[in-house]
Design a protein around this ligand. Structure first.
Ligand code: AMP
Length: 638
């Protein structure tokens, strides 16, 4: 068996580290750098370049050079259209709606998993060169805010690269491991991780070998690339104003603008002004034109005001979710290359009232943490307990389109949770388990991440069958769902695989919308609940009338049937007041009848029994007989 390495597979740069003699060591690339640009280039002669060599030829070969592939991992094409328009290579939708990169030089299309695998392969071979031994296992990090599909895609990329992925670990958690490995005293820390394309905030309790994540929040579509894009936009606009040429229309010029944008951004972290100088950027009136512009830090910060506003939200959410105040935090650890920007550091200081802690190397700390996790799994690092969380709530769709959460966000993983559901109509032969991820109360507002059917349910009245649904999230944050019919023991299972999970923007939009729409969501949910209750009552009353047809006088029966009809009409009208009134009226008259029926069937001297019986009938009307074990109904199968 070969060696296990820790890998930070970043949007812009990737890093590999390993435990050597009990210490984590960052492995340099064959070219001698400690970070590997996450760039893959394809030359016309079929040669493939990865890392710094690929980055170097990007300007002259933009359509065959793939960068920022992490932004597409685990996504459907429809989720990343804006992103696709920003890269120098062609990205399109395949037959299944997934993303592929089209590479003319190779005359081929590649999935994001394949491109990521090429980066992983290079890290693997550089590590093998350094260690002089086979490397066949890895711990790979992902942003904490990566969803199930993105995690699965990352794991698949590892497998494609020939690495057995022992664990997928969250980037801020890895950073905390590296930071806190030697800490004896207990500390509550906030890890602020702003990388090239993703942003995570995690709050952890750290100390004496225990790393417990309290909350995590983020934005999987926010990173250094977005800050570069602001400079590119500004340069292109100013140049057009001056020279009347749209540089963005020329792929080579655009690639040069991008590189100059990133360089200027980095310089502005240590200087207050920088000159951007791009000679021969284009031709105007047959003459070469040059771009020479000065960008001040103040102007750059003004251009990025909207990005900074987005940085604030997850910090506040993570604190609220962990139920902590600024004063409860001991340290704020800055991770990711983009955390070096002065405006970001000032914002973090203002948000947390803490001087940001820059004691860790923001480019390497995540890979170091991954190597430590590899050491824990291999038994080399002992007495460490790592308790991570799931970033988003998971559940199923139930009757009335309600999202019923089974696992709440920020739940410690691994975790296993079960709930029991039932059928909505008589003789329902199968139920659909529709799995969703998100924070909104209605199913339609959350992200659908998979569905399957459980069939073979024996004929039974509605609300009698019991289907136990189990959500099992492993230590990688990957979900497996199973459903079992308790009567027959029939079971179905799925692991959520492939693309199509939540996209970063979508997640953030969902969270923000969840807050903004809290009021209207609450109303919609109340309406669904009132309708569900009304349906249950109508169904129960009809059943009671059928079962006791000889005990209810004809006139009462007609009255009750009229009231049931009125209730059904009220439900169809979507009028909250009307449904409630019709429900009350039916209940009042129906209770009188049930009392009468029980008087007929129960000996009068025993006063305790009729009450007990009455409760039982009530249960039969309002809910299933086995109410204590049933949490909700599945929606009716069509
Ligand atoms: P990471 O994913 O952590 O490697 O972060 C890469 C991102 O950090 C890229 O967008 C870099 O441009 C950015 N970056 C690296 N160093 C600096 C710096 N000194 N100032 C601003 N951004 C930086």
């Amino acid at each position: 068996m070969g060696k296990t390495v820790g890998i930070d597979l970043g949007t812009t740069n990737s890093v590999v580290a390993v435990m050597e003699n009990g210490e984590p060591v960052v492995i340099s690339t064959a070219e001698g750098t400690r970070t590997l640009p996450s760039v893959v280039g394809f030359k016309k002669d079929g040669e493939r370049l990865v890392g710094v060599t690929a980055k170097r030829q990007a300007v002259v070969n933009p359509e065959n050079t793939v960068s920022s592939i992490k932004r597409f991992m685990g996504h459907k094409f429809s989720e990343v259209v804006a992103e696709a328009s920003r890269v120098s290579y062609k990205v399109k939708e395949d037959k299944k709606g997934n993303v592929v990169a089209v590479i003319p030089a190779a005359d081929k299309e590649f999935t994001p998993e394949e491109i990521s695998a090429m980066i992983l392969q290079k890290l693997k071979s550089d590590a093998e060169g350094y260690l002089g031994t086979l490397v066949d296992q890895a711990v790979i990090t992902v942003p904490a805010y990566f969803n199930d599909s993105q995690r699965k895609a990352t794991k698949d990329a590892g497998e494609i690269a020939g690495l057995k992925v022992l664990r997928i670990i969250n980037e801020p958690t890895a950073a905390a491991l590296a930071y806190g490995l030697d800490k004896k005293a207990n500390e509550t820390i906030l890890v602020f991780d702003l990388g090239g394309g993703t942003f995570d905030v995690s709050i952890l309790d750290v100390g004496d070998g225990v790393f417990e994540v309290k909350s995590t929040a983020g934005d999987s579509h926010l990173g250094g690339d977005d800050f570069d894009a602001k400079i590119v936009e500004w340069l292109a606009k100013e140049f057009k104003k001056d020279q009347g040429v749209d540089l963005k229309a020329d792929k080579q010029a655009l690639q040069r603008l991008r590189e100059a944008g990133e360089k200027a951004k980095i310089e502005l972290s240590s200087q207050v002004s920088t000159e951007i100088n791009l000679p021969f950027i284009t031709m105007t009136d047959g003459q070469p034109a040059h771009l020479v512009m000065t960008l001040t830090r103040a102007k750059f910060e003004e251009l990025c005001a909207d990005l900074l506003a987005r940085v604030k939200v997850p910090v506040q959410t993570a604190l609220e979710d962990a139920k902590l105040k600024n004063s409860d935090l001991h340290e704020v650890i800055m991770v990711g290359g983009s955390s070096r920007m002065p405006m970001v550091q000032e914002l973090v200081k203002a948000l947390t009232d803490k001087e940001p802690n820059k004691s860790v190397n923001p480019d390497e700390v995540v890979a170091v943490g991954a190597a430590i996790q590899a050491g824990i799994l291999g038994g080399e690092v002992k007495d460490i307990l790592l308790l991570d969380v799931t970033p988003l709530s998971l559940g199923v769709e139930t009757q009335g389109g309600i999202f019923d959460k089974i696992v709440e966000r920020n739940m410690t993983i691994p975790t296993k949770k079960s709930r029991t559901y039932t059928t909505a109509v008589d003789n329902q032969p199968e139920v659909e388990i529709h799995i969703l991820q998100g924070e909104r109360p209605l199913a339609k507002d959350n992200k659908s991440i998979g569905r399957f059917h459980l069939g073979g349910i024996p004929p039974a009245p509605a609300r009698v069958p019991q289907v136990e649904v189990t959500f099992d999230i492993d230590a990688n944050g990957i979900l497996q769902v199973s459903a079992q019919d308790k009567a027959t023991g029939n079971q179905q299972k799925i692991t959520i695989t492939g693309s199509g999970n939540l996209d970063r923007t979508e997640i953030d939009r969902m969270m923000q919308e969840a807050e903004m729409n809290a009021e209207s969501d609450k109303k919609a949910q109340e309406m669904l609940e009132v309708k569900n209750e009304a349906d249950k009552l109508a169904y129960g009353v009809e059943k009671f009338l059928r079962d006791n047809t000889d005990k209810v006088p004809e006139a009462d029966k007609t009255n009750i049937e009229d009231k049931v009809r009125a209730l059904r009409e009220a439900v169809a009208s979507d009028d909250h007041e009307r449904i409630q009134t019709a429900t009350r009226e039916l209940e009042t008259d129906f209770h009188k009848i049930t009392e009468e029926v029980y008087k007929q069937t129960t000996p009068t001297e025993n006063t305790a029994e009729p009450q007990a019986e009455g409760e039982k009938v009530g249960a039969g009307v309002g809910a299933a007989a086995n109410e204590d074990v049933i949490d909700a109904e599945f929606k009716e199968e069509k």
